[in-house]
Design a protein around this ligand. Structure first.
Ligand code: ADP
Ligand code: ZN
Ligand code: ZN
Length: 817
């Protein structure tokens, strides 16, 4: 009976690929193992066995496999199921999911290796100079890589030469696979067992009386191991006895000591465990009890708790409870919130069971975390990390916490799979019948909507911990301030006063300026109006090259205006200023203050982000100017003033989520103020003091914001009422991009009719010499998601068969953010 294995290859292929197995292989191999297989002409890939069966493929002959790479499955059946869900939901290949899911070190690379054929009988004198050089080199070393041959011949294109040598049967090419991952090993020493008896030990000491250095090592060994049963590192022994490693080596040779190696973990917990205990206040206790009782019946619970209400402590207690059952827990948070500060806080309570999985970690470190989780070891019980953590090989997941669940960085933008980690985590939890808690001070409309419609349980926590009051919010009308000449640059008189006062009282100040402050938006200096798109709820953006105001979403555009459309004033300007300008002005206003800036430019270095935060924590900085980076999960003790430089920048961002995001951002930054006893202050500078969102932020009225935004989403057909799929067509050829997008849009309109928007050039229509064009599909609630996607898939398949569009790529983004 013949056996076959269907493999997932790390490529954007629609299908799994089938290989044939010998009986012995079929007996050994199981699902989730890695195999090295040939795919294409000369390429070797690592594939994951997805299924073993006895049905030969219909359209091609199955090739045998090349090599088995694992003794045990590296990927669990849970993962295979999860990958399959991701690939179906987000319309990408399983191979793309596999690439995202496995640490790169597991995807063995293939490199062509050139070897001399044994007993080749091609006359050497007939080789040309280059060929001769290669053959000569190969006689000295058994094999060479292509790159080494390039260096030898000092030229790039060596493949034709190699090809000829292959034809002449002088050399052969084969592929060599190697493991990149090497666990870090540490050398330990121990005394050979024959010397452990008293008598033998004394005899040995006597024998060494003429070798003082060796004797010293032995005595040090005794003293170090007297009170500790821990393994002794060779390095420690040398250091403590002041001996060189050569002396120790000679004792190993003599058979006094023996050496052994053990793998150590790079990803270790280095601090001490304090085993602190959390004592809840009564509101935390209430929330905790409610969550627990919801979890008895429901899977998903949303915790809406104001900033500084002590949500983190609730997460920790939930995790502790799960640990007691022996299950694993996952704590997901957005990358920027993954600070040393937070990790330390968690480790204080949970100790060495916490592993951090982080894209900033090296491949090896990620491999180690992966293996701990796979083996369900004690060390891998609690995983903390950003979105890619959902791909770890959980064995027995009991709880997922998604902190700051409203954060859009949970969505992977590029490359595929373009998944949303929060949404995928809900599916993952269901697979394990685990509980999942989504937590935020400012939940996403989607999640709150789900709670509102009883899809998720909802728990609210409205008090800050320690009877601290919510900060006092003040809106500063900079339109009037400008008119009354009460502005110094971008600083209102009020803001300057408040900063001055904080500095005098030796308190700290945070000034927030949106990173996206640079996108040019037309704004009236008199009334603050900025032109909006009639079809979408967004501001138009100024495009100087054709002097137009455009909508990024539906393509609506008008000529640049000379006068304000609302009040007729001709004092209009394009607005956009950033953190750097704020810092410069601030230095002029407060020459004695210690000022730091935190944005993408100042945090590029490896530890610069940590350095800025630590300096601020240690009161080495008085004023911190920054972007959204400083909104996340930071717990500063002495900040009593937060200034939002310009709220309108946020509100006017051309996106249907702009208002929701403005609310979230402003609430989050405001939340950094006054986290201890003293009541904090927040100043919001704006041209639109009566804007609904500004009002809702200043009164902290989440529910009203939610209701109003939801109404707009309903009217303009956006999530959570409509789902979105965005197709982005891209190619290096401008007219091909146009034609392809038009073809696709027409095909889609035949099926989805008015729910297809575009094609439309994105604001940046050319990136790295590629042209982009977007098509947006809106999916009404009643329309089947599965069928819609199947249809999109079918249309894309026929698109793929059109020869003229071969160089055109289509990027699919399901639930774009
Ligand atoms: P959130 O995550 O809701 O913004 P935090 O968990 O950061 O709030 O809590 C705010 C502050 O209150 C933190 O400094 C935290 O250490 C403290 N805190 C919260 N709950 C407790 C508790 N039960 N015992 C002691 N300190 C607490
Ligand atoms: Zn105006
Ligand atoms: Zn529009």
């Amino acid at each position: 009976m013949a056996y076959f294995a269907d493999l997932i290859l790390p490529l954007p292929l629609d299908k799994r690929f089938t290989y044939s197995l010998s009986d012995a292989e079929a007996e050994f191999i199981c699902e989730g193992m890695r195999l090295a297989v040939q795919f294409g002409k000369n390429r070797i890939y690592t594939g994951i066995v997805a299924q073993i069966h006895q049905n030969p493929p219909q359209v091609y002959e199955a090739k045998p496999i090349h090599q088995i790479l694992d003794e045990k499955p590296l990927v669990s059946l849970h993962q295979l199921k999860f990958w399959s869900w991701i690939s179906h939901y987000y319309l990408c290949s399983e191979g793309e999911v596999m690439r995202a899911a496995l640490p790169g070190a597991f995807l063995l690379e293939s490199e062509s290796i050139v070897k001399l054929r044994k007993n080749f009988d091609f006359p050497e004198e007939k080789l040309n100079d280059d060929e001769f050089l290669v053959v000569e080199a190969l006689q000295r070393q058994s094999s060479m890589k292509i790159q080494e041959i390039q260096e030898l011949l000092d030229r790039k294109s060596v493949l034709p030469i190699i090809n000829l040598l292959v034809e002449k049967e002088v050399v052969e090419l084969n592929q060599e696979i190697y493991e990149q991952y090497k666990p870090k090993e540490v050398r330990f020493v121990r005394l050979r067992s024959e010397f452990e008896a008293e008598a033998a030990m004394h005899q040995l000491l006597d024998e060494l009386s003429n070798a003082p250095k060796q004797r010293k090592i032995l005595l040090t060994y005794f003293s170090l191991t007297a009170n500790s049963r821990k393994p002794l590192k060779a390095k420690t022994l040398c250091d403590k006895s002041g001996a060189t490693s050569a002396v120790l080596k000679s004792m190993v040779k003599k058979g006094i000591f023996e050496e052994y190696y053990e793998q150590t973990d790079r990803v270790g917990f280095k601090g001490e465990t304090f085993n602190k205990e959390i004592i809840f206040n009564k509101y935390q206790q209430q929330a905790f009890d409610q969550i627990k009782s919801h979890f008895a019946e429901e899977q998903v619970c949303l915790l809406h708790g104001v900033t500084s209400s002590g949500k983190t402590e609730i997460y920790i207690r939930l995790i502790e409870d799960v640990l007691k059952t022996g299950k694993q827990a996952l704590y997901l948070l957005p990358e920027i919130a993954l600070t040393t500060q937070l990790i330390k806080r968690l480790q204080d309570y949970l100790g060495d069971k916490v592993l951090v999985y982080h894209s900033r970690y090296s491949l090896n470190e990620r491999v180690e975390v992966y293996k701990h989780v796979l083996s369900n070891s004690e060390k891998g019980k609690i995983i903390i990390g950003a979105r890619s953590c959902i791909f770890l090989p959980f064995q027995d997941l009991g709880l997922i916490v998604v902190d700051e669940e409203h954060e859009t960085t949970f969505k992977q933008f590029d490359p595929a799979p373009r998944y949303h980690a929060r949404d995928a985590a809900v599916v993952l939890a269901a697979q394990f019948k685990a509980s999942i808690l989504l937590g935020s001070a400012t939940p996403s409309l989607e999640s709150y909507f789900n709670a509102d419609h009883n899809k998720y349980a909802l728990v609210e926590l409205n008090r800050r911990y320690g009877e601290v009051l919510m900060p006092d919010m003040e809106v500063v009308d900079i339109k009037t301030a400008h008119r009354k000449k009460k502005m110094t640059g971008h600083f209102s008189e009020r803001l300057i006063e408040e900063i001055k006062e904080s500095l005098e009282e030796e308190e700290q100040v945070i000034l927030f300026q949106n990173r996206r402050g640079f996108s040019p938006i037309l704004e009236c200096n008199t009334c603050g109006h900025s032109p909006q798109c009639p079809n979408c709820d967004v501001s138009l953006t100024y495009h100087s090259h054709n002097n137009q105001l455009r909508c990024h979403y539906c393509g609506y555009h008008i000529a640049m205006q000379q006068k304000c459309m609302a009040c007729g004033s001709d004092e209009i300007s394009t607005k956009g200023f950033g953190t750097e300008q704020v810092e410069t002005e601030l230095r002029a206003l407060f020459p004695d203050a210690r000022i730091a800036r935190m944005d993408q430019d100042t945090t590029r270095g490896k530890h610069s982000y940590e350095k800025i935060i630590t300096a601020f924590e240690n009161f080495e900085t008085d004023i911190l100017v920054g972007t959204q980076m400083l909104t996340k999960g930071l717990d500063f003790r002495k900040v009593n003033l937060v200034g939002i430089m310009n709220a309108d920048n946020l509100l006017n961002f051309p996106d249907f989520r702009a208002h929701e995001r403005s609310f979230q951002l402003m609430q989050q930054v405001a939340g950094r103020s006054g986290r201890t006893k003293k009541r904090g202050k927040v100043l919001i500078q704006t041209y639109n003091p009566y804007h609904r969102i500004i009002q809702q932020v200043s009164t902290g009225n989440f529910t009203e914001m939610y209701r109003e935004q939801l109404e707009e989403r309903y009217q303009y057909k956006y999530p959570p009422y409509f789902r979105l799929i965005r197709l982005t067509v891209k190619s290096r050829d401008f007219s091909k991009t146009n034609d392809a997008a038009a073809w696709l849009a027409t095909a889609l309109e035949k099926v989805f009719e008015r729910y297809v928007l575009g094609p439309e050039f994105p604001p940046v229509a050319r990136i790295r010499n590629e042209y982009y064009k977007n098509i947006l599909i809106k999916i009404p609630q009643k329309q089947s998601l599965g069928k819609t996607k199947a249809m999109v898939h079918r249309i894309l398949s026929s698109f793929g068969t059109i020869a003229a569009f071969r160089s055109v790529r289509v990027i699919i983004n399901v639930d774009p953010q």
